[in-house]
Ligand binder design. Structure first.
Ligand SMILES: Cc1cc2nc3c(=O)[nH]c(=O)nc-3n(C[C@H](O)[C@H](O)[C@H](O)COP(=O)(O)O)c2cc1C
Length: 188
């Protein structure tokens, strides 16, 4: 039997990424975000949704640039910490001993410890209610070459130990099941 439940966003799993923002080293900040996703392949576009009361919100709105830094299992503690502490009171890079490095295109720094940094430029901000959605174009991606396949150049998800977030809890990625299109592939 199914029961009607209160409306809510119960989609899982989600990434828990660290968004870096700010343009001066003294103001660089990190905010943990799970309301993040892909919205277009060409041009490559992503969104993040951020509450206006966050310290990062003003930096994002002012600069209209940010970096989506994917997180790993090793970064789980810092990811949670940056999501329960505010840049109003903390310099999160320093306190978590994380390293900001210059991005190639945007003013916000990339996070060195992250395996993949997605540099974004905001096209539009949509006020939706509790959150504002920052719709952004991806203007550059930096990948840690230790996770790149030497032959195909593909990013090796499994070796990167990416962090997953579902219904308030953090997980690692589960077992491999099949690749895109395997359901219709001819059996040899
Ligand atoms: C796993 C996780 C996911 C989060 N996702 C979001 C989100 O998508 N949008 C948002 O506005 N806040 C989100 N938060 C809360 C912010 O990260 C948190 O309020 C943070 O302290 C804000 O930092 P700031 O004040 O330095 O900007 C999330 C927190 C955690 C722990």
């Amino acid at each position: 039997m199914k029961v009607d439940w209160k409306p809510g966003t119960l989609i899982y799993p989600l990434p828990a990424v660290l968004i870096s923002c700010g343009k001066e080293p003294s103001e660089y900040n990190l905010i943990t975000v799970s309301w993040v996703g892909t919205i277009c392949t060409n041009p490559p576009m992503c969104y993040i949704s951020v509450r206006p009361e966050r310290h990062s919100y003003e930096l994002l709105k002012r600069d209209m640039e940010f970096v989506i830094n994917l997180t790993t299992q090793e970064m789980a503690y810092a990811t949670d910490w940056c999501g329960v502490n505010s840049g109003k009171d903390h310099h999160k890079f320093e306190e978590m001993q994380l390293t900001p490095e210059k991005a190639s295109v945007v003013c916000a720094p990339i996070l060195k410890e992250s395996p993949l940094n997605i540099e974004c430029r905001v096209k539009e901000v949509m006020a939706l209610g509790s959150h504002d959605m920052f719709i952004a174009e991806v203007v550059n991606v930096q990948a840690d070459d230790k996770y790149l396949d030497p032959v195909t150049g593909a990013f090796d998800m499994e070796r990167a130990n990416l962090l997953v977030y579902a219904h308030g809890k953090y997980y690692e990625l589960g077992a491999f099941i099949g690749k895109f299109g395997w359901s219709v592939q001819k059996k040899k």
